[in-house]
Design a protein. Structure first.
Length: 131
């Protein structure tokens, strides 16, 4: 399983961070966008200009917590309503993500431990210029 670190803007204006160690499913949905070929500024032999295309990809990840206490689950639930949610990579770079509220599930065990499962979506825009 992969690890994902999410950080949220909390109600006091600071950021809270939680590292999820159970990412059990990742999907990639890509949309190719037709580009537009631009004319070269100075005509030259075999020069066709630049071809600009943008490809949009959505990376969806299903995340589970490990077995955790009810207090931690309550704290996480309060953060799910945050308007600012980011994924933090190993280099500390932030990427905005969207939490799918309809995918949220909570499971309890007989010994009062809980598991939370939900899905996040991150958008990637790839621009390329091909000669």
């Amino acid at each position: 399983h992969d690890n994902i670190t999410l950080t949220w803007l909390n109600s006091k204006g600071g950021y809270d961070t939680f590292r999820f160690r159970c990412v059990n499913n990742k999907t990639l949905e890509a949309t190719r966008v037709n580009g537009q070929q631009t004319l070269p500024t100075t005509p030259a032999y075999n020069s066709r200009g630049l071809y600009n295309s943008s490809n949009i990809a959505l990376v969806k990840s299903k995340i589970n917590t490990n077995y955790t206490q009810a207090e931690t689950v309550t704290w996480l639930e309060s953060l799910f309503m945050s308007p600012s949610v980011y994924e933090v990579d190993d280099a500390g770079v932030l990427s905005a993500v969207i939490i799918d509220q309809s995918s949220y599930q909570r499971f309890a065990t007989p010994d009062r431990l809980m598991v939370v499962e939900f899905e996040i979506t991150r958008s990637i825009l790839r621009s390329s210029q091909i000669k």
